[in-house]
Design a protein around this ligand. Structure first.
Ligand code: NDP
Ligand code: PYC
Length: 336
C-alpha cells in the first residue's frame, strides 16, 4: 500500500485531470469528490475513479470544459444542463438555487440533465444537510442489474441517498446502490484478484456466480432485498429518467456503445426545509427525531455513515492508503 496525505491525494487527482485536458473548474470539482471518497473509506468512489474519468474523456464520452447552464424551470424546480460534462460542476451550479427555492417553498427539486455521472451521492447530500435541509438524491447508471425474478440487466446500480441535519451532531446520512453492492466494489474485487460474495451477481446463464469477470462482463448484478430493491431501482429509473427528461440506464448503456465510459444521464435531488414545514415549534419536533437515533444506537446498532465519519477522522490525521498498483496506474496517467 502507498500512504498519501490528503493534500498529496488532492494534488495527484487534480494534476492527472488537468494533464489530460479537463478544465480547471471540472478538475477541481471532480477532485473534491474523489478525494472525499478516499478520505471517507469509500474506495469504490475514491481515487480509483480518476482512471474512469480519463478513459471517458479519451473515448469522447465526456466534455472536458462544459459550462453548466442553470434554468429556472418552475417555482420549485431548478434544472441544470450539464452539457455533457461531469455532474459535480452542474451540482455546484444548481445548489444555491435549490437551497433558495427550498427555503421559500418548503420543498424544491434540482434536476441535472445530460451529465456524465460517477460520484458517491453523500458528497452532495452533506452539502444540503450542512445548510439545515433534509435531502434525497438518486440517479440511474448503466443497465447492469437484473430485476428480481429475471437475469437480464435492465436497471442501473441506481443509488438512493438521504440526509437529515442534526444539531451538534454529524447528519444522519445513508447512501446505497439499489444493487446488492456498487459496481465499483466488484471492479475493485476484480483488480485485487478476489472472488465476490454470493448474492451479488449471476453469470450469463443466470446462475449465481462469485466470479467478478462473469458478473461484470457476461452476466448481471442483482438488486439488494429481492423484489424491494428491484422496485426501488425501477422507481429511480422513472423519477431520475423520463420524469426529468433524461436517459434510463438502458439508454445510457446504449449511448455508451461499448466504450466502458461513465454513465450519461440525469440526477434528481430533492431538498426539504424543516423550518418551512413546521414553522413555530420546529425545534421541538426536530428534537423528537433524536429519539429515533437513540433507539438505534441505544441497543448497540450503528447509524449509517458512522463508519465513514470515523474513517474521515482517521484520514484527517493519518492520510489515506491506496494499493500500489492503483498508485502506479494513476501515475501513468501523468505521462501518457
Ligand atoms: P454499502 O452497501 O457499502 O453502504 C451503503 C450505506 O449503508 C452507507 O450509508 C453505509 O454507511 C450504510 N451501512 C453499511 N453497513 C451498515 C451497518 N452495518 N449499519 C448501518 N449502516 C450501514 O454501499 P453501496 O455499495 O450500496 O454504495 C456505495 C456508494 O456507491 C454510495 O456512496 C453510492 O452513492 C455510490 N454509487 C454511485 C452510483 C452512481 O451512479 N453515481 C451508483 C451506485 C453506487 P457507511 O458508509 O458508514 O458504512
Ligand atoms: O459503482 O455502481 C457503481 C457506479 C456506477 C456509476 C458510478 N458508480
Amino acid at each position: 500500500m502507498i500512504r498519501l496525505t490528503l493534500n498529496q491525494a488532492h494534488e495527484l487527482a487534480e494534476s492527472i485531470l488537468l494533464h489530460n485536458g479537463f478544465s480547471p473548474a471540472h478538475a477541481a470539482a471532480v477532485t473534491a469528490t474523489v478525494v472525499a471518497g478516499e478520505r471517507d473509506g469509500c474506495a469504490s468512489h475514491g481515487l480509483y475513479r480518476v482512471i474512469g474519468c480519463v478513459n471517458s474523456l479519451k473515448a469522447g464520452k465526456v466534455a472536458a470544459a462544459a459550462e453548466p447552464q442553470v434554468i429556472d424551470q418552475a417555482p420549485s424546480i431548478v434544472r441544470v444542463d450539464a452539457r455533457g460534462g461531469f455532474s459535480q460542476l452542474a451540482f455546484q451550479a444548481g445548489l444555491p438555487v435549490l437551497e433558495a427555492k427550498a427555503r421559500s417553498n418548503g420543498i424544491a427539486a434540482l434536476a441535472i440533465n445530460h451529465c456524465v455521472h460517477f460520484s458517491a451521492l453523500w458528497v452532495e447530500i452533506e452539502q444540503l444537510t450542512e445548510a439545515g435541509l433534509v435531502a434525497l438524491a438518486c440517479n440511474p447508471s448503466h443497465a447492469w442489474v437484473a430485476p428480481a425474478g429475471g437475469s437480464q440487466p435492465v436497471f442501473g446500480t441506481n443509488p438512493i441517498a438521504f440526509g437529515w441535519p442534526r444539531v451538534g451532531q454529524p447528519p444522519f446520512v445513508f447512501d446505497f446502490a439499489t444493487s446488492a453492492i456498487a459496481r465499483g466494489d466488484i471492479e475493485l474485487h476484480r483488480r485485487a484478484g478476489k472472488s465476490i460474495p454470493d448474492g451479488w451477481g449471476v453469470d450469463a446463464d443466470g446462475q449465481p456466480s462469485t466470479d467478478p469477470n462473469e458478473v461484470l462482463d457476461r452476466g448481471a448484478m442483482l438488486t439488494f432485498g429481492g423484489h424491494k430493491g428491484s422496485a426501488l431501482a425501477a422507481m429511480v429509473e422513472l423519477i431520475a429518467g423520463p420524469l426529468i427528461g433524461d436517459l434510463t440506464s438502458a439508454e445510457s448503456l446504449a449511448y455508451d456503445a461499448g466504450s466502458k465510459s461513465s454513465p450519461y444521464h440525469g440526477e434528481l435531488i430533492i431538498a426539504l426545509d424543516p423550518q418551512r414545514f413546521l414553522g413555530l415549534g420546529a425545534e421541538a419536533h426536530l428534537a423528537r427525531a433524536e429519539a429515533v437515533f437513540e433507539g438505534i444506537q441505544g441497543q448497540g446498532a450503528r447509524l449509517p455513515s458512522q463508519r465513514r465519519f470515523d474513517a474521515r477522522a482517521r484520514s484527517l490525521e493519518e492520510g489515506v492508503q491506496i494499493p500500489e498498483a492503483l498508485y502506479n496506474d494513476l501515475k501513468a496517467l501523468l505521462v501518457s
